[in-house]
Design a binder for this molecule. Structure first.
Ligand SMILES: [Zn+2]
Length: 653
């Protein structure tokens, strides 16, 4: 039992008292996610102390503007660039312009500040720059674009899709929308909240990035990013922690002396609002009003103190070394920057002989034009200048693929080697081969695709039979329900009939026990008839449907005994008579113990096509005379057929 401190109790209370019901999205989910994270992972959390100094007098470097490198990770769901969540470069540049205005107190709407707060306006003197070098030292425009379904209902899981070293860059993930549980336009974490191994940054709905494109030029939208960066630099909301609009907020403080206590505003702009006995600074970026336009000097000091602190490595962001490493140093030039060439083929990274395959360019292009030159050893065509060419290999084997890309600033190339696989005529895998998923016979190779950070499908000596070996996976330490795929070899199933006899089925032995009552696992079986280009789901089992044990939960290290295996079958008749079939086991889950699979095999109506062809059209294997001689002058000859039948022929010369 964890000791519940009064501190945790306060956070629990705040979680269950969030009252937002506006037509606009709640501006910010920062307090919500921080409370949730602390409750779940840091019950003993104590807010780190960042000493507030007068940054103007005491900072490490108060002589010049602090430059901060930024990268935008656009997580898109397939729209072309400039549409929906896959926002344009112009929209990102507009967002950069706006935050640079806001953090240098040159935003035009500062003119609207009421007289009572004019003398409080703070100039943070911070300049944000898009990164020009990525973490590997390659040229970049500071924008990445990655296809992922995680852009919908996004939460911290998008950080698994792509993230750069958060001690060097501010990561900003742009998404379609944010998890309804958080229900916000954007959110981040104050420094020191997350454990060190968690990636920090800002997650934002694309409609709240900049003032053009999919966003709009309302104060609410054009200053959202400045609000979140304020949090990232250790600013609280003007009403302190917790729920906006709550009268109890008059007893909370944001630890900034020149922002009067307030309960906060929401989507309104009452410039004479007084909620805690004095005029509220509702125009503050850290409020939710519809007319935010300023930071105060006290907030600027707090942000500068944060940037001078090692808490969450904020003091590294603007260090001289880091500006060089990220290409944001004023003296850095990337005039000659060879393209960082890359390409891929679709999952499961498999090429089948005689089946077309598309190669997809993945080179970030920083200039307006690019020329592509592909070379395909052993394929047809063997050269292409298309961006994403389609080719076909006729023979199994190992082949090099070379892509050369030329842009205004240089030429570069990359070579990758692919194996073109022969198809196997049947499937019978008992996982005895210790080199699994590899096999000395390339037509029997399996493959695995999984998140790098999680232990995936692996062979184990435990078996469902007297032989050794099965394959297993465990979700105990998994995160975000990422999918773990296990693929069979490519299969030529043309010998399986079209449904006259028994339907084609895949069979396997399964053993699974539930670890505890929080276990939440799923197994899905699909097949592809086109070498992995498209997939059809044929069966799925959730946690309770998977269980093959009797009685209690099984704990951390489930090892099945003989009676704890069950046979499962999945009808895949629609894959019969096809020659580029791959079958896929897909596992995802959370807090589970081991799932085992063994003896994967096929059953169905086997029609031996080679033999039946011969039966249809028997052919002559020998011609002899009545004495059995192959060469003679006899006019009567006997033709002997492959099936044993004979035919008498009179030959008249
Ligand atoms: Zn906020």
């Amino acid at each position: 039992m964890i000791m519940v401190s009064s501190f945790v109790y306060v956070f629990m209370y705040l979680i269950f008292s969030f009252p937002f019901m506006g037509q606009d999205l709640n501006l910010c989910g920062t307090d919500f996610v921080m409370q949730k994270y602390i409750n779940q992972y840091r019950p003993d959390y104590v807010k780190p102390i960042i000493p507030i100094n007068n940054a103007r007098l005491n900072s490490q470097d108060n002589s010049s503007t602090k430059i901060i490198p930024i990268v935008f990770h656009i997580i898109h769901n397939g729209h072309t660039i400039g549409e929906e969540e896959n926002i344009s470069v112009e929209q990102i540049e507009d967002a950069m312009r706006l935050i640079n205005e806001d953090f240098n107190a040159i935003n035009p709407d500062l003119d609207n500040v009421v007289s009572e707060f004019m003398n409080s306006v703070g100039d943070a003197d911070i300049e944000f720059r898009l990164a020009k070098l990525d973490p590997e030292g390659n040229c970049t425009d500071g924008i990445t674009r990655t296809f992922s379904e995680m852009t919908n209902e996004a939460n911290d899981c998008v950080k698994n899709v792509i993230s750069w070293d958060d001690t060097k860059y501010i990561n900003i993930w742009v998404v379609e929308d944010i998890d309804a549980e958080i229900g916000a336009a954007a959110y981040t974490y104050l420094p020191g909240t997350l454990w060190d191994n968690e990636i920090e940054g800002i997650i934002a709905n694309h409609e709240y990035i900049g003032s053009i494109g999919t966003s709009s030029n309302t104060p609410y939208k054009r200053h959202t990013l400045s609000h979140e960066i304020g949090h990232f630099f250790n600013l609280s909301h003007t009403w302190g922690y917790g729920s906006n609009g709550d009268e109890a907020n008059c007893g909370n403080d944001d630890n900034v002396s020149d922002t009067p206590n307030t309960i906060g505003a929401y989507s309104t702009c009452n410039l004479s609002q007084e909620t805690c006995g004095s005029l509220d600074n509702i125009q503050n970026f850290m409020d939710y009003s519809s007319c935010t336009c300023m930071f105060t000097s006290g907030q600027v000091n707090r942000m500068q103190s944060c940037l001078n602190s090692s808490v969450s490595y904020r003091n590294n962001l603007w260090s001289n070394n880091n500006l060089w490493e990220t290409g944001t140093h004023p003296d850095y030039s990337n005039d000659t920057c060879d393209p960082n060439v890359d390409f891929f083929i679709s999952s499961p990274n498999r090429i089948c002989a005689l089946s077309s395959i598309q190669f997809i360019d993945n080179t970030p292009i920083l200039s307006s034009s690019a020329e592509y030159a592909w070379s395909f050893e052993g394929a047809e065509p063997s050269f292409s200048s298309d961006k994403n060419p389609v080719v076909t290999y006729s023979e199994p084997g190992q082949y090099d693929v070379i892509l050369s890309v030329t842009t205004d600033s240089g030429t570069n190339n990359i070579t990758k080697t692919y194996t073109v696989y022969n198809s196997s005529m049947n499937l019978s895998e008992s996982f005895e081969n210790t080199a699994f998923p590899f096999n000395p016979d390339p037509s029997l190779c399996w493959s695995i695709k999984s998140p790098e950070s999680e232990t995936s499908w692996a062979r184990t000596p435990i078996s469902s039979t007297s032989t050794t070996g099965s394959v297993r996976i465990r979700s105990r330490f998994f995160d975000c329900y990422q999918k773990h795929y296990l693929y069979t070899p490519n299969l030529d199933l043309t010998n399986f009939g079209l449904g006259v006899g028994e339907p084609l089925k895949i069979w396997f032995d399964l053993a699974y026990g539930k670890r505890n009552n929080e276990t939440d696992d799923e197994l899905v079986v699909s097949y592809s008839k086109d070498c992995g280009k498209t997939w059809q789901v044929r069966a799925s089992w959730d946690t309770d449907e998977l269980i093959t044990t009797i009685g209690n939960n099984v704990g951390n290290n489930f090892m099945p005994n003989n009676s704890e295996w069950e046979e499962k079958s999945v009808n895949i008749q629609a894959a019969a008579d096809q020659n580029d079939v791959i079958i896929r086991f897909e596992f995802s889950g959370d807090r589970g113990s081991y799932l085992y699979i063994d003896n994967v095999r096929l059953t169905g109506e086997w029609i031996n096509i080679g033999d039946s062809d011969m039966l249809k059209e028997p052919y002559i294997v020998n011609t002899v005379d009545l004495l059995g001689r192959e060469t003679s002058n006899s006019k009567l000859k006997i033709e002997i057929y492959n099936d044993g039948s004979v035919n008498k022929v009179y030959k008249i010369n």
